[in-house]
Design a protein around this ligand. Structure first.
Ligand code: ADP
Ligand code: TYD
Length: 207
């Protein structure tokens, strides 16, 4: 049995997940916790190698089915090498994305493949976070923020605004499906105010 706490951040591209995951990890460390801050796709050496295949290049580079396999392969390595050992050691794991991203990106927005995603998740991952923050916001603003970074990792941003709108609907659906662990956070405000909402949830959730 795992002893630590597993927290994930989810949302559309550019919604502020990475910013908030970083702020929460810092805050929890300041409170004296042992925190492992990680991300997907990536979070272990092998998964970071797979990440480059997924986030760079032409949007049509992979089919949605192939993406499911690549994201799940990366997640399995991340789980085996980073997440489970950290939880076993009693750490708080804060992950920027996890399985909910595959449920929404490959299961809803790229194609209607949620059943395939769920089957593979059950076979190969079989683990859910204890708490998930879904940062919800206007897809148009988020897309501008994401593209303005010029990160060279824009394969999914290049799928366009309608794709981001479908993703937002998918994440709202997930929040309704898993209300006990998924907390919706309003991303249309300053980073400090978003962080304040997240802290308020953590304080009541732990109580
Ligand atoms: P994500 O990880 O969801 O793609 P990031 O945290 O990388 O999002 O943020 C995307 C961009 O928007 C970054 O340039 C970041 O500095 C900026 N940003 C993050 N949060 C906010 C916010 N609440 N308001 C305005 N800009 C933000
Ligand atoms: P990320 O670096 O979090 O992108 P961003 O900062 O733009 O939100 O993730 C890279 C891309 O991979 C992102 O567009 C979402 C996509 N993705 C999936 O399609 N399925 C998945 O299972 C995961 C983890 C990410």
């Amino acid at each position: 049995m795992s002893k630590g706490l597993f927290i994930t951040f989810e949302g559309i591209d550019g919604s502020g997940k990475s910013t908030q995951a970083r702020l929460l990890a810092t805050l929890m460390r300041d409170y004296g916790n042992d925190v492992r801050h990680t991300r997907e796709p990536g979070g272990s050496a092998g998964a970071e190698d797979i990440r480059r295949l997924l986030v760079e290049g032409d949007p049509a580079r992979w089919s949605p089915e192939t993406e499911i396999l690549l994201f799940t392969a990366a997640r399995r390595d991340h789980l085996e090498r980073t997440i489970l050992p950290a939880l076993e050691a009693g750490q708080i794991v804060v992950s920027d994305r996890f399985a909910d991203s595959t449920r929404v990106y490959q299961g809803v927005a790229r194609a209607d493949l949620r059943k395939t995603v769920d089957t593979l998740h059950e076979l190969m991952i079989g683990r859910e976070p204890d708490l998930t923050f879904i940062i919800d916001m206007d897809p148009e603003v988020a897309l501008q923020r994401g593209l303005a970074r010029n990160s060279g990792e824009d394969r999914f941003e290049d799928m366009g605004l309608q794709f981001q709108k479908d993703l937002r609907a998918g994440f709202l659906g997930l929040a309704a499906q898993f209300p006990e662990r998924c907390m919706l956070i309003n991303g249309n405000q300053s980073p400090a105010n978003v962080s304040g909402e997240i802290q308020a949830v953590i304080e009541t959730w732990q109580a």
